[in-house]
Write a protein that binds this ligand. Structure first.
Ligand code: ZN
Length: 326
């Protein structure tokens, strides 16, 4: 479909009678809408990272959701006794970036907004961002040529100008990195960082929350903390016992840091297998979420709950269409 045709189709689908019908159809069997975000950043920053939503975009999405949904905690959503009249939505945030403390916490406090933050613990322990955040920080630069030919990942030209086109290239590099052997990925990421000409270009670099910031987030009654593994490896790419160790470590660390029982888990990158699901259940979690751009079934497998991933380049119109499965 041409961009113009796509725009016209989206506009038609967003018109009140048609959208109302799509919404009714999508919500008919009482699914649960679980949204996956990563972090928030200042409106004025030209940060080309799908994971960084502008604060005002997030607030517009929350306002749009509240017209139809009750935004609730995952615990409330999974408890049949706490089911309300209106559809329910749950807001989740992966990884544990410092923007959650700086920008999300004030919104949570002002609006009594329930959120669930899935924290990958190694970056909190070391204070060093994971490979994907290091690459995103480094490539916020005025153009770069990244040569990864000797690793079989080709050559990449990061454009000068900010915007979705630049993100396309950065995202391509990140996806290519996911195909590298897990124990080599950090070294390839470091080579990309070394080839970026202006490494300090990120207006607000992605960095993990500090332990103090995490404690402050966890102390808010509307903030739930879940685990997201220690290493953030794609768990289906490493041996099951190593995956188990990483998840158990993140649970133990988070329980020590927050004084809370950590009962919810999100698979890094959404990578799920039934073996991983069984392992998560065995470690004492009550739920786990994937990333499959679908609405979750409340009666389905609690260790493979669907989520819709929302990013910086989703317009409000696109956001509303994602909610109804388009
Ligand atoms: Zn993650």
């Amino acid at each position: 479909m041409t961009p113009l045709l796509k725009k016209a189709a989206f506009a038609a689908l967003s018109s009140p009678p048609i959208y109302g019908h799509l919404q009714k159809r999508a919500l008919k069997s009482d699914p649960l809408t679980i949204l996956c975000y990563h972090t928030l950043g200042p409106d004025a920053d030209d940060m080309d990272a799908w994971t960084v939503l502008r604060v005002s975009d997030f607030q517009r999405q929350v306002a749009a959701l509240r017209r139809t949904y009750d935004i609730v905690s995952l615990d409330d959503a999974l408890d049949p006794e706490r089911r309300g009249e209106r559809p329910q939505a749950v807001l989740t945030f992966d990884d544990g970036d410092t923007g959650l403390f700086t920008h999300l916490l004030p919104i949570v406090e002002a609006d009594a907004l329930p959120v669930l933050i899935y924290v990958a613990t190694r970056q909190i322990e070391t204070g060093q961002p994971f490979w994907f955040d290091r690459v995103m920080n480094a490539l916020q630069t005025s153009g770069a040529r990244i040569n990864l030919r000797d690793t079989g990942l080709g050559e990449w030209a990061v454009p000068d100008t900010t915007g979705a086109d630049k993100w396309e290239v950065i995202s391509g590099i990140l996806e290519a990195l996911k195909t590298v052997a897990p124990d080599e990925r950090d070294a390839v990421a470091d080579r990309i960082v070394a080839q970026a000409p202006d490494r300090g270009a990120a207006p607000t670099p992605l960095v993990p929350v500090s332990r103090d910031q995490l404690a402050e987030l966890a102390a808010n009654p509307n903030v739930g903390i879940g685990a997201h593994s220690h290493c953030h490896s794609l768990l289906d790419q490493i041996p099951l016992d190593a995956a188990r160790e990483s998840v158990a470590m993140s649970k133990a660390l988070l329980e020590g840091w927050t004084g809370q029982n950590i009962r919810h888990f999100a698979y890094p990158n959404g990578n799920y297998t039934p073996e991983l699901g069984a392992m998560i259940a065995d470690l004492g979690f009550e739920s786990a979420t994937v990333l499959d751009s679908a609405l979750a079934s409340r009666n389905g497998d609690p260790f493979a709950l669907s989520r819709l991933a929302i990013g910086r380049y989703d317009s409000l119109q696109r956001f509303r269409l994602r909610l109804v499965g388009l």
